[in-house]
Design a protein around this ligand. Structure first.
Ligand code: GAL
Length: 798
């Protein structure tokens, strides 16, 4: 039987390479001990020279093998090392690997000893080596040198299964609860063996749903194809998974067993949209980079999973694009579990290098497809370098390879120009045409012609970079731009969907981003804390009520104290708004401006509402005139059109409207300038029932809040990380967006803060990452800031 041993603890690291490290007598004990995932350099949050992420370093790990390894195959698997590395065992060089995004392995059998310690040594070079994808041209993201994904030792029988590939297909005629399951399990054979047998089981929990035997082909692969009945499909709203188990037997003795999670589903991209299990699904989502503050790529399982959860649960996304490379197994596995579709692509950025670059791209493609073959969430393979020019021969090869390895999934390739030669099944296009006051997207036919399935894979991004600290109007504008594009994607079935740029802000090279080496393109910041644009996505979901009041309605935020439109992102049928308890009105989603969205926002030109009429202070005619004047003032301030100015003059001259009275009306109905504290109550209704309430206003209170993503931390095979979110709130439950208070986090033994501590809030909130240090049990972290009462967060480390 195979056994898998995580190899992530007890490494030693030196931030250089010296010849003496290769001497068998060299003792690495004096070097600092580290755990994998590891980044060679902890980076500042921003304002740093990206060269620091391109270091060279040497990793040492001594290990012993037990008796169980005798006469077995020993494989060492690396899940991701940035960017190139050389691997030695007991002084013997096993080879070099180039490229930081795909897993690779070495067979250590012939160089390992089972009766004494072995030395695994890895020299890692993070240099952005030309012709190792994505490098050669400029790249708008950073890679971060280090062994940044997990390492494991596999101990296998000499004869074992190399892999398990499962795929499902619809029956003809289509049946919801039946599918054809095809299995391939290539065999590695030590010698000619007869009497080998391989069984396949489909397990639903502990219950065996189906069992059968596989056949061995002439090229040493076990295969089988089975018609399964009463199968529940994997779908985005109900991502049911089964386990497929193959067992290799030699005369009833088990030699090997592989278990893979699998979801039965069918997909197709057509010129009229994307279908999942024969149901059309609009693919709305975001692009994701795998980088984080301070540690770059080196985040263990929980944070990878959390990103999938943020995308699916917090933002309601249906799809993510793993821009621009293969991403972590933990992320993809979580996407399977929670019904988040995935477009996964090969590494690269606009640049196609020489023959070596192309060969490595093909190797990347093969590794990605083989490694992630069984994940039901993956619906598209990206087989072109992001935004690269056409290259007929190269892309014929990538497409052919993808189809040879996996004929069950369509291919795509991401472009930034029209009428590209489309050798893929889906034309993917980064549509940055929306600039605020024009159509959300260009028509697919203009880019790709009328026939080919079409998907937008980026929009917004650099067209409208937005920081969490930007003025409210700018942040709302970013949100409205995302909305406009999504609305356009819903407008026609020609669009399979639209994936926005991007989930989170990210560090980048000097050629891109702001002066601080950050691209502020995210709908969340680098800690994945939401900007208003995040609620654009969240408010399209159905399962829970969402109501985010994007406008603060505080006049001091706006030039000339002129309040802009009042914007609410919600999936409620309508909202009621009250001012200090007095009802202003009932308001509905703006279907006129966003006719195609499932849930358009509610946008009010002003918050005057029915109050003036209801007060019956003035005659009906005068009320009408006053309202027009007030609305003109709300919209244009003192720059209102001349006609409106004349109306006001008329009111003042003939209706006794003194400046004081006008000021009182403006204060009461518009800007609350110079008035008492005001509270607006916004209540959302679904099916005429109040389901959610938000308050906004100028509260004088400050409340420090801190939440942890997880209260139970369960490290598996290595250390684990959880995020805490700290924010300063006003007394109404809203983030104090102008707060930059200093925050300190003190951890008990068992947890440690990653990166700087103390930190300052950025735009009212901040994330802090805590990593486990090896101790198990109950541990607390205490968050303090100035004279706010401290907050204790309790964790159980399993
Ligand atoms: C695209 C590119 C992305 C990112 C984005 C910024 O052209 O594919 O990687 O740079 O622009 O908006």
């Amino acid at each position: 039987m195979r056994s898998i041993h995580p190899l992530n603890h007890q490494w030693h690291f030196s931030p250089e390479f010296r010849e003496e490290y290769l001497e068998p007598t060299f003792s690495a004990d004096e070097l600092p001990e580290i755990q994998i995932p590891h980044t060679m350099t902890l980076t500042p949050f921003n304002h740093f020279d990206e060269k620091i992420t391109q270091g060279i370093g040497t990793y040492f790990r001594d290990f012993s093998l037990g008796k169980e390894a005798v006469d077995h195959r020993i494989i060492c698997r690396f899940y991701g090392v940035m960017n190139t590395c050389k691997v030695y065992v007991n002084g013997v060089c096993l080879g070099s690997h180039e490229g930081g995004y795909t897993p690779f392995e070495y067979d250590l059998t012939s160089v390992c000893l089972t009766d004494r310690q072995n030395r695994l040594l890895v020299i890692v070079d993070g240099a952005e080596t030309a012709n190792v994808p994505p490098f050669g041209g400029v790249v708008d993201y950073l890679s971060y040198s280090g062994i940044y994904r997990e390492v494991e030792l596999q101990i296998l029988e000499q004869t074992h299964l190399q892999a398990l590939y499962c795929k499902a297909a619809d029956l003809t005629p289509w049946a919801e609860d039946s599918m054809v399951l095809s299995i391939q399990a290539p065999l590695v054979k030590a010698m000619d063996m007869t009497d080998l047998k391989c069984t396949m089981e489909v397990l639903d929990g502990d219950v065996c749903h189906y069992k059968s035997e596989l056949k061995l082909t002439a090229n040493d692969t076990f295969i089988g194809s089975f018609q399964l009945k009463e199968i529940k499909r994997w779908d985005i709203d109900d991502p049911k998974q089964y386990r497929i188990r193959v067992t290799l037997l030699l005369r009833e003795i088990c030699l090997d067993q592989i278990d893979e999670w699998f979801g039965f589903r069918s997909i197709s991209f057509t010129s009229k949209g994307f279908y999942l299990n024969q149901r059309r699904v609009k693919l709305i989502g975001l692009d994701r980079h795998q980088s984080y503050p301070y540690v770059g790529y080196a985040m263990p399982r929980r944070m990878q999973e959390k990103d999938a959860e943020i995308l699916r649960f917090d933002l309601g996304c249906r799809i993510v694009r793993t821009s621009h490379y293969m991403q972590s197994d933990h992320f993809i596995r979580r996407a399977d579990e929670i019904g988040l579709l995935v477009l996964e692509e090969i590494p690269g950025w606009q640049y196609i290098g020489n023959e070596k670059f192309k060969a490595l791209s093909l190797a990347n493609l093969e590794a990605m497809i083989r490694h992630h073959y069984n994940h039901p969430s993956i619906v598209l393979w990206g087989v072109r370098i992001n935004e690269s020019p056409d290259d007929h021969d190269f892309y014929v090869e990538t497409n052919q390879l993808a189809k040879k390895l996996d004929d069950s999934r369509p291919t795509t390739g991401i472009r930034n120009f029209r009428h590209s030669e489309c050798l893929e099944d889906v034309y993917a296009y980064n549509d940055f045409s929306h600039i605020g006051d024009n159509a959300g997207l260009v028509h697919p036919n203009w880019i790709a012609g009328p026939k080919v399935p079409y998907l937008v894979t980026e929009h917004n991004g650099h067209i409208f970079p937005t920081k969490k600290t930007d003025p409210e109007m700018k942040q709302i504008e970013q949100a409205l731009r995302h909305l406009k594009v999504i609305d356009a994607a819903y407008a026609t079935n020609r669009h399979s969907g639209a994936i926005g740029w991007c989930l989170a802000d990210y560090n980048t090279h000097k050629e891109f981003g702001s002066s601080d080496r950050v691209c502020y393109h995210g709908v969340t910041d680098m800690f994945r804390l939401p900007k208003p644009a995040a609620y654009v996505y969240a408010s399209q979901r159905e399962d829970v009520p969402v109501l985010e009041v994007a406008s603060s309605n505080t006049p001091g935020e706006f030039d000339e104290i002129r309040l802009p439109e009042f914007v609410i992102f919600t999936n409620c049928d309508y909202v009621t708004i009250a001012f200090n308890g007095e009802k202003i009105g009932t308001y509905f989603p703006n279907r006129k401006r966003y006719p195609h969205l499932p849930h358009p926002p509610i946008i009010l030109p002003d918050l005057i509402g029915n109050r003036l009429e209801a007060s019956k202070t003035f005659s009906k005619r005068l009320t009408r005139q006053l309202l027009r004047a007030l609305r003109a003032y709300y919209r244009d301030g003192i720059h209102m059109p001349i006609g409106e100015k004349i109306r006001i003059a008329w009111l003042m001259l003939f209706k006794g409207f003194t400046f004081d009275k006008a000021f009182h009306l403006i204060g009461r109905y518009i800007i609350n300038w110079g008035k008492d504290l005001a509270t607006y109550t916004i209540q959302g209704y679904r099916e005429n029932q109040p389901v959610i309430t938000k308050l906004i206003g100028r509260s004088g209170t400050r409340i420090l809040k801190a939440f942890a993503d997880d209260s139970v931390i369960a490290p598996k095979g290595t250390y684990e990380v959880t995020r805490i979110v700290i924010q300063l709130e006003d007394g109404l439950g809203n983030i104090c967006r102008n707060a930059h208070d200093v925050i300190n986090v003190t951890c008990e033994n068992g947890l440690a803060v990653i990166g700087p501590n103390p930190v300052a809030l950025v735009g009212g909130s901040i994330g802090v990452y805590l990593r486990t240090t090896g101790k198990k049990g109950r541990v607390s972290a205490i968050v303090t800031s100035g004279d706010c009462p401290p907050i204790t967060l309790d964790f159980l480390i399993e």
